[in-house]
Ligand binder design. Sequence first.
Ligand SMILES: Nc1ncnc2c1ncn2[C@@H]1O[C@H](COP(=O)(O)OP(=O)(O)O)[C@@H](O)[C@H]1O
Ligand SMILES: CC(=O)N[C@@H](CCC(=O)OP(=O)(O)O)C(=O)O
Length: 259
Amino acid sequence: MQKKKIVIKCGGSVIDELSSAFFGSIASLMNHGYEPVIVHGGGPAINAMLELYQIEPKFNNGLRVTCEKTMEVVELVLSGKTNRQLVHLLEENGLDAIGLNGSDSKCLVADYINKAELGLVGQITMVNGSIISKLTEEGLIPVITPVAVSEDGSRLNINADYAAAAVAKAIGADRCLFVTNVDGIMIEGSLIAEASVSEIKSYVSKGHIYGGMIPKVESAVSVLETGIDKVMIVSGKKEFYQNENWSGTAITGKAGVLK
Ligand SMILES: Nc1ncnc2c1ncn2[C@@H]1O[C@H](COP(=O)(O)OP(=O)(O)O)[C@@H](O)[C@H]1O
Ligand SMILES: CC(=O)N[C@@H](CCC(=O)OP(=O)(O)O)C(=O)O
C-alpha cells in the first residue's frame, strides 16, 4: 500500500482530555495507509508552571514573549511533561511512539522572529525531514516538541501550530490536522464542515475567528499554499476519522494570503 503522510498537531488545550476514540482514529488512519507525525503544544501547562515560578506569562500577537528563564520553563514543560504525557498515552492505546525534542539532531532549525520584542522565539527555517522519515519507516510515530535550535546554538520557542505547518511542508505531507478542544471552526454556534480560504479570511476580519484559532487557520492556509488540498481542524475529545470519513472543519480551496 502506498504510504500517505499526515502531520497531526495536538494542542495543549486538549492533551488532558484526549479520548480513546481519538487514538482509535489514529489507529484507523494507520490501517488506511497513513504514516502519522505528531507535533504537540502545551501552552496551558507552560502557564501553570510559570505561575509556580512566579513568572507572569506575556504574549505579543499570540506568541509568548520568552526570556532565558521562561525558555527554561518552556523546554522543561514541553519536553519533560507534555511530550512524555502524549507518548505514554499513545503507547497505552497500542500505538508505538517516540518523543523527539525539535532541537535534537537539528530536527527543527529556526531564526529569531524579533529578538528585541519577543526574545527567544523563532520561525522555522529548516526541518530535518530525514530523521523524521527514518522513524516513520520503522513504524514509529514521532512526537515532536516545538523547540528549535538557532544558527547561534540557542534554543528557540516555536508556536506549535506554525511548527506543525513547517513540518508538513518539509516532509511533503498529504494531510495536516490541527487537533484542539472544540469540534472545529464554529460560526455563531454552528460547526462549519468546510470553508474556503476566502471564507476563512472573511471570518477572521469579522471577528468570528479569534485568539488561539488564528495561528491554526494561518498555518492551514500556509500549508494549502504548498499544494495539500485539504487541512482539517478536529476535536481530540472524540473520533475524527473512520473508514475515510472525517469530522471537523476542512479548510480547502485556492490558497491566498490571510490578511
Ligand atoms: N470560530 C472559532 N471556532 C472555534 N474555536 C474558536 C473560534 N475562534 C476562536 N476559537 C478559540 O480557539 C480555541 C482553540 O485554540 P487554543 O486554545 O490555542 O488551542 P490549542 O491549544 O489546541 O492550540 C478554542 O477553544 C476557542 O476558544
Ligand atoms: C512562541 C510560542 O508562543 N510558543 C508556544 C509553544 C506551545 C504552544 O504553541 O502550545 P499550544 O499549541 O497549546 O498553544 C508557547 O510558549 O505557549
